[in-house]
Design a protein. Structure first.
Length: 193
């Protein structure tokens, strides 16, 4: 039993499907509930509720005393973690730590709607962005890159390979591409999928 009940997520906007909140709470392990308080969990549920064909990934960016915290919420896909790491690197984000969470498979009594059964990811990274790369538009550019890649993942088939190519172009050396060059980084994770 999770340490929080969906009804405790009182800061959820009225339009958020309570069944989605219940699935979120039921399909994450106890480590997630140790890491985030109910207000942050409600923020995650609100962000996850916006996911769909037009918005396959969303990002929350918070400035903290020691740097930046980036939380990516999206539908799960093979290769998603690698793509996220490449995109963050392409944005000049130096990952210091992270917490990676994936919804478990749905229980037999879960709602039958496919959108409630799909697995989601909540990947939170802490780190820094070089001052030469940071400005007020950084979060929006990150969101655009994530949306571009996750939209390709959503299409499936050959589009998945195209998603990998797009990330490689973003993270690669400068070329005719409009994407910025990547900085070398070291990555540590506190958990893996």
């Amino acid at each position: 039993m999770p340490p929080i009940h969906p009804d405790e997520l009182v800061s959820l906007p009225p339009g958020v499907d309570r069944r989605l909140a219940a699935e979120h709470v039921a399909r994450l392990d106890s480590r997630y509930f140790e890491r985030f308080d109910s207000a942050e969990i409600a923020r995650h549920v609100n962000a996850i509720s916006s996911l769909g064909p037009e918005l396959p990934a969303t990002v929350l960016v918070d400035l903290e005393t020691a740097g930046v915290r980036v939380t990516i919420l999206a539908f799960d896909h093979p290769g998603a973690f690698s793509a996220i790491a490449g995109i963050l690197s392409s944005m000049g984000f130096d990952i210091v730590g992270g917490d990676i969470f994936t919804w478990t498979r749905p229980a037999p009594d879960s709602p039958r709607e496919i959108e409630l059964r799909r697995r989601r990811i909540i990947d939170t990274f802490t780190g820094t962005v070089a001052s030469s790369r940071w400005d007020d538009g950084w979060p929006a550019r990150l969101a655009e890159r994530l949306t571009e890649v996750f939209a390709l993942f959503e299409r499936g088939g050959e589009s998945v390979e195209k998603a990998r190519q797009v990330v490689n172009e973003m993270a690669g050396p400068p070329s005719a591409s409009s994407h910025e060059p990547a900085r070398e980084q070291s990555c540590t994770r506190s958990a893996s999928r």
